[in-house]
Design a protein. Structure first.
Length: 135
């Protein structure tokens, strides 16, 4: 059985028009690739009290070079509407890098997240924090 061939109809432009459109496309195309923000995250087991975990994670942030004035407490509301400390957020003093450290001793889990625009600086900060935390 023979398959019928459909005749292709296309728009044929004169050569100068093709050159003009190609040139416009080149002008409109982005000149470089912008990388998005980098994010490094990990979780860890919490087998200490909530207060100890909060104290230790804050100490790690300070040892890694975060200034105390750049560290902000994070909380959540419990069922009674009270603010319960859950971790810290911090901004790096010289790099465009932000850090979140969370502790949840009730569930035995914690987490760290580091994000930034510069992948190298973000990974360096994450690696340093993780190494200090694991000591």
């Amino acid at each position: 059985m023979r398959t019928p061939r459909l005749r292709q109809q296309g728009l044929r432009l004169p050569v100068p028009a093709v050159a003009l459109l190609s040139g416009m496309a080149a002008l409109l195309a982005p000149t470089g690739v912008q990388a998005g923000p980098a994010l490094y995250a990990n979780s860890f087991q919490v087998n200490i009290s909530q207060a100890d975990c909060l104290r230790d994670t804050r100490d790690v942030l300070i040892k890694a070079g975060m200034r105390q004035e750049d560290i902000t407490a994070m909380t959540y509301k419990d069922s009674a509407g009270r603010d319960v400390p859950s971790g810290w957020s911090a901004d790096h003093p010289t790099e465009n890098v932000s850090v979140v450290f969370e502790c949840d001793a009730r569930n035995g889990m914690g987490a760290i997240g580091v994000s930034g625009v510069n992948n190298e600086a973000t990974y360096k900060t994450y690696s340093e924090l993780w190494k200090l935390w694991m000591k």
